[in-house]
Write a new protein. Structure first.
Length: 402
């Protein structure tokens, strides 16, 4: 079990606080393992074993459990001689779990940690029953820094810039980096994660019948990472394949993919008008390996996947990320975090003076003092251009100062 301080340290700050700690994220991103790490930290602090209680609610043992039965079960495990630490894994499998958790949290001396793999964890019912009483933590697949830490446990690692290519191709699901696997073995594991998410968290949960349409929408979204598109463009594409579907249904399918954390929606922000735009969003993947496990590996997808890993890294570090719309084009990412802001352009390489002019001019047109970056996968990346910092993408991902 390889330690993930990025999450454990953040969560440990809230130990013994009255808040329910909710960990969410795509399947197999490491939520359950992080719970085990927190349990290990509690034991180091002297919490006795009998006051630490764990459940995995995706087990068949709890297949028909009701919220009331859940409450009774949890109540029966509470310690009579001090605070009980409750760890409730995949808790969304219990319908109305939030009622049981709210009752236990309100009436007993407990500290509660829960995980879940779909957006029911953030539903209006949680707001109703746990308003002001929970803190959520989004867990992602391995960052580039974590990927290097995992990999060096079972093999020698090369220079970061060389390893970035492997990271893009193999992704960051922790299960694929516990030992050496071939590319085919990695994609087999990731396809299993993808299939279980699609069929358990989306098809079965929503009783969907047109599975083939869902899969076509998935493939369209995976093939268009980093490009703006709308429900209409997907609908038109499907009609060209003689599959009829209305825009509203397309939106519904995209929302379900977001709910399962397979896709992340990135809205556009009008830099001049200072407002979010409601059309032509971009979608990014929870992990780059999802694309390659479903569509196969292609060199032509590298630029989009580089953009994807930068987007995810900004989210990991707590930024809210949008696409910047300017009068003459787009800025790849505007990242804000409280009073901080970053502007980021991502490109595989700059091959011509025209490309260089395009990447830098859009940033030079923004007249404020926030940091601006042009990120590349070019070995010659580095330096400053009129205050804009040029960095290799690997160096940016490993940089702790943003």
């Amino acid at each position: 079990m390889i330690y993930r301080p990025m999450y454990v340290d953040k969560i440990m700050v809230y130990v013994d606080s009255p808040f329910v700690k909710i960990l969410t994220g795509v399947r197999r991103c490491g939520k359950s393992t992080i719970l085990k790490m927190i349990i290990g930290e509690l034991k180091k602090k002297g919490v006795p074993e009998h006051r630490i209680v764990s459940y995995r609610f995706d087990s068949m043992e709890y297949g028909d459990m009701t919220a009331k039965e859940m409450f009774t079960e949890l109540k029966s495990r509470l310690s009579p001689d001090g605070k009980t630490y409750l760890f409730l894994d995949e808790v969304q499998e219990i319908k109305h779990w939030e009622k049981a958790v709210n009752s236990i949290a309100s009436d007993y001396d407990v500290d509660i940690y829960v995980t879940g793999s779909n957006s029911r964890m953030m539903s209006s019912e949680i707001e109703t029953y746990l308003t002001g009483r929970y803190i959520s933590f989004r867990i992602f697949t391995l960052s580039f820094t974590e990927y290097l830490s995992f990999k060096k446990e079972y093999t020698e690692i090369g220079k970061p810039r060389e390893e970035l290519i492997e990271y893009i191709r193999l992704g960051g699901f922790p299960a694929t980096h516990l030992q050496h696997y071939t590319d085919d073995e990695v994609y087999t594991i990731v396809r299993d994660i993808y299939n279980s998410t699609i069929f358990s968290d989306i098809v079965r949960r929503n009783q969907m019948r047109k599975v083939d349409l869902l899969e076509r929408i998935v493939k369209f979204a995976f093939d268009n990472v980093g490009r703006t598109f709308s429900a209409k463009s997907i609908s038109d594409y499907l009609k060209s394949e003689r599959r009829s579907i209305d825009n509203e249904t397309v939106y519904s399918y995209l929302e379900k993919l977001e709910s399962a954390y397979i896709l992340h929606r990135c809205s556009r922000f009008d830099v001049q008008g200072k407002e979010l735009l409601k059309t032509q969003e971009k979608f990014y993947l929870a992990d780059t390996a999802l694309r390659y496990s479903v569509l196969g590996y292609t060199q032509t997808s590298i630029a989009a996947m580089l953009e994807n890993v930068v987007y995810l890294e900004l989210l990991r570090r707590g930024y809210t990320v949008t696409i910047g719309k300017t009068s003459d084009g787009e800025i790849d990412f505007i990242a804000t975090r409280q009073s901080e802001k970053l502007y980021v352009q991502v490109t595989k390489e700059i091959k011509s003076a025209e490309t260089e002019k395009r990447e830098y001019e859009r940033l030079l047109g923004i007249h404020d003092n926030y940091p601006k970056y042009v990120l590349m996968a070019d070995d010659f990346a580095g330096g400053n251009y009129e205050g804009i910092k040029t960095m290799h993408i690997a160096d940016f991902l490993l940089n702790k100062d943003f």
